[in-house]
Design a protein around this ligand. Sequence first.
Ligand code: NDP
Length: 248
Amino acid sequence: MSRCAVVTGGQSGIGRRLVTALAQNGFRVAFSDRSLSDAVQTLESNAESHGGAIRGFPCDVGVGQDVDRFYQAAADWFGTAPDVLINNAGTQSWSSLLELDEDSWDSVIRTNLKGCFLNTKAAARLMIDAGKPGSIINIGSGCNKLAFPKLVDYTASKGGVEQFTKVAAVELGPYGIRVNCVAPGAIATERTSGEAAGYSEKWAKITPLRRVGTPDDIVGPVMFLTSESSSFVTGQTLWVDGGVFSQA
Ligand code: NDP
């Protein structure tokens, strides 16, 4: 029987690449996003040619009722509990501390940190009820290692995700559920394309591997953490940043 994976924020960027990679490896993949575009049909139909399956579901990761509905629908579609959850959905506001308003702060913390909590809890409950071991992977950020201006909300949320990962690993380990964090460096995606011109060149210059990352660079580390090869790895953060944050 195929393994089943949930990916949050799977419609663009790193999430979309992970959805495709999992399907190419034979997974049935249920992904969530705030609202689904027409591109989802292409994603869903391409998956069948790889032996996997993809289904998109509208869900705001930071809203408990949405998340409950999503897991109910995903589990019905899978016919079982998920084996893997990837907490990928993320956002930021790009405001300095003194400019940042309360709503923006709440929105970033709600999506990045509360979303991670709600999805982890929902997926873990299904895994435990089904007596299944599982792997939960939280997408953190290299920004935890350095202080970046205009990212105070984002950095606080991703620092929380890293610490959340450790406690969740301790609490869920006895059920055979592993929880790890993958922390990317600068990755060229839809999100970063909105940044100032020269983003990729700037990061390539200061990264030891002399290039900016792509969503493809996140696939191998995530697939490793979903696999038996990492069966004794939990509570860890895997930095996937071309070495840029090791130079502080
Ligand atoms: P993208 O913006 O390209 O993709 C994020 C996806 O998450 C979008 O489809 C977005 O939908 C969705 N999303 C946002 N908020 C919610 C929500 N409340 N509920 C459901 N879905 C939501 O970002 P990236 O691919 O670049 O980033 C993916 C992850 O990687 C994030 O957690 C990010 O913080 C992390 N990361 C990225 C780095 C990079 O350089 N790209 C570096 C370090 C970490 P919508 O389009 O509607 O907003």
